[in-house]
Design a protein around this ligand. Structure first.
Ligand code: SF4
Length: 61
């Protein structure tokens, strides 16, 4: 499973990092950077995070 973050859309709300800091970090520039593009586990958590992003900047592939 891949995490795709649209850094042009991310508004730096930090919801993703608050829910799953092992997978998402908001950088010093205030924009999300997935810790890893590819994750093998926890699809339900990742789907929750994607659904929680207020600007729909995240998706899974
Ligand atoms: S929740 Fe969405 S807007 Fe907020 S930091 Fe994460 S990707 Fe960006």
């Amino acid at each position: 499973m891949r995490i795709i973050a649209d850094r042009g859309v991310c508004a730096g709300h930090g919801m993703c990092e608050a829910l799953a800091s092992e997978f998402f970090r908001v950088g010093d520039d205030g924009i999300v950077a997935p810790v890893s593009d590819t994750v093998a586990a926890e699809p339900e958590l990742l789907e929750l995070v994607v659904d929680s992003c207020p600007v729909q900047a995240l998706r899974l592939a």
